[in-house]
Design a protein around this ligand. Structure first.
Ligand SMILES: NC(=O)c1ccc[n+]([C@@H]2O[C@H](COP(=O)([O-])OP(=O)(O)OC[C@H]3O[C@@H](n4cnc5c(N)ncnc54)[C@H](OP(=O)(O)O)[C@@H]3O)[C@@H](O)[C@H]2O)c1
Length: 340
C-alpha cells in the first residue's frame, strides 16, 4: 500500500492538530488526508507542507478513507463512529463514549496491544490513564498491585482549546487587576488549583476520577483497588500524577528501577540531588512518560511513591492513537504480503 487514506474528525482541535503533527513526525505514509470539523468555514489545516481544506463532518462519504481518528467529543463519536465502521473504516476513537463497552478494545499498545483482535472500533484511553498504565504495567507484571492511590495535576489543554484561551485570558486579567469571568471552568483557573476535573458523579468522585479507576482496571486486565483524585492546575501542557502503590510482592529499590527502566515508553528522571525531577515542562513536546521521585513509604514495607508526567496531547492522545494505527498497519502489511 502506498499510503493510508486517513480522516481526522476534530482536525481543528488541540488533539486533531497534534495528530497532524505526530503523523508527519513519525512519517506515517498518508495518501489522502480528510480534515473534518463541525463546519468547513473556509478553514484549512497544514499537512505535509500542503494546505488541506477543512470539511464539515455531516455528509462525509466514508468510502474515501481507510482509517478515521475521532477527536471531537462523545456526541460526535456516538453519532458518526458507527457510520464509519459500517462503511469498513477502522475507527480509533479518542472520546470516552465506547471505552467501557465490553467488546470494544481499550488500547495502549505497549501495555495491552494484543487485545485489539480484529476490532474495527478501537478506543484510546483517557489522557491521565495512558501515562498511568504505562508506568504501572512493568510493576504490575513483576510485583503485582495490591492498592493504588493516584492524585493528578492536570493541564488545561486536557479540556480543549477553549480552556487554553481561558487560562491565557484570566492570567492577563489577573495581572492587570481586572475581573475574571470564567466560562469553561466554574471558578477561575488562573493562579488557582481546582480539586475536580469535570462533573461530580457516583460516590462524590468526578467523571475523570471514575475514568482513571475503571479504564486502568480494563487495560491491566484485573479489578484494581485504585482510588483517584483528579485536580486541574494552571499548566498549559503536561499532566502530572502522584502515584502511591502497595505491591503484592516485596521489592528492592534496584528491582523497581530496573523494572521501570525496561518499561516501554518510560524514562526515569530521578536524581533530585542534581535537580532531576519530572515536570510538565520537560514532558511537553515529546512522547516519553517521565517517572521520578521514586521512593519507599517509610510506613509500609511494600509501599512505593512515584511521580509520573507526560504530554497529555501527545502521549495521552495523539501518539497513543497513532501507535494503535501503526500496530494495525504492521499487521495489514503482513496480510497484504501474504495475499500477493
Ligand atoms: N485534550 C486532551 O488532552 C485530550 C486527551 C485525550 C482525549 N481527548 C479527547 O479528544 C477529543 C477532542 O479534544 P480536544 O482537546 O482536541 O478538543 P478541542 O480542542 O475543543 O477541539 C474539538 C474539535 O472537535 C470538533 N467538533 C466539535 N463538535 C463537532 C461536531 N458536532 N462535528 C464535528 N466536529 C466537531 C471541533 O471542530 P470546530 O473547530 O468546527 O468547532 C474541533 O476540531 C475529546 O473527545 C476529548 O475528550 C482530549
Amino acid at each position: 500500500m502506498s499510503g493510508y487514506r486517513i480522516a481526522i474528525v476534530g482536525a481543528t482541535g488541540l488533539v486533531g492538530q497534534t495528530i497532524l503533527e505526530v503523523l508527519q513526525e513519525y512519517r506515517v505514509p498518508v495518501s489522502e488526508l480528510v480534515a473534518l470539523a463541525r463546519e468547513g468555514g473556509g478553514r484549512s489545516v497544514i499537512f505535509g507542507g500542503r494546505s488541506i481544506p477543512v470539511e464539515p463532518l455531516d455528509g462525509m462519504d466514508w468510502s474515501r478513507v481507510d482509517v478515521a481518528f475521532f477527536a471531537a467529543g462523545n456526541p460526535v463519536s456516538e453519532a458518526y463512529a458507527p457510520k464509519a465502521t459500517e462503511a469498513g473504516v477502522t475507527v480509533i476513537d479518542k472520546s470516552s463514549r465506547f471505552r467501557m463497552v465490553p467488546d470494544v478494545p481499550l488500547v495502549v499498545p505497549e501495555v495491552n496491544g494484543a487485545t485489539i483482535g480484529d476490532a474495527r472500533l478501537i478506543a484510546s484511553p483517557n489522557c491521565s490513564t495512558i501515562q498511568l498504565v504505562i508506568a504501572l504495567a512493568p510493576l504490575a507484571r513483576q510485583f503485582g498491585l495490591e492498592r493504588i492511590i493516584v492524585s493528578t495535576y492536570q493541564a488545561v489543554s486536557g479540556t480543549g482549546r477553549e480552556a487554553v484561551t481561558e487560562l491565557e485570558d484570566e492570567t492577563r486579567h489577573q495581572i492587570r487587576g481586572e475581573a475574571l469571568n470564567p466560562v469553561v471552568y466554574p471558578v477561575p483557573i488562573a493562579h488557582n488549583v481546582l480539586p475536580f476535573c469535570d462533573s461530580f458523579g457516583d460516590g462524590d468522585y468526578t467523571g475523570e476520577e471514575w475514568k482513571l479507576m475503571r479504564e486502568t482496571s480494563k487495560i491491566l486486565g484485573e479489578e484494581l483497588a485504585l482510588s483517584a483524585t483528579a485536580v486541574r492546575v494552571p499548566v498549559y501542557v503536561g499532566h502530572a500524577e502522584s502515584v502511591y502503590i502497595e505491591t503484592r510482592e516485596p521489592w528492592s529499590m534496584d528491582a523497581v528501577r530496573a523494572a521501570l527502566g525496561k518499561g516501554p515508553s518510560v524514562r526515569i528522571v530521578d536524581d533530585p540531588a542534581r535537580g532531576l525531577v519530572p515536570t510538565p515542562r520537560d514532558a511537553a513536546g515529546q512522547d516519553d512518560v517521565l517517572v521520578g521521585r521514586i521512593r519507599k513509604d517509610p510506613h509500609h514495607p511494600r509501599g512505593l511513591h512515584l511521580f509520573v508526567v507526560a504530554d497529555n496531547l501527545r502521549r495521552g492522545a495523539a501518539t497513543n492513537a497513532i501507535d494503535i494505527m501503526r500496530m494495525l498497519a504492521a499487521r495489514w502489511s503482513v496480510e497484504e504480503a501474504a495475499v500477493r
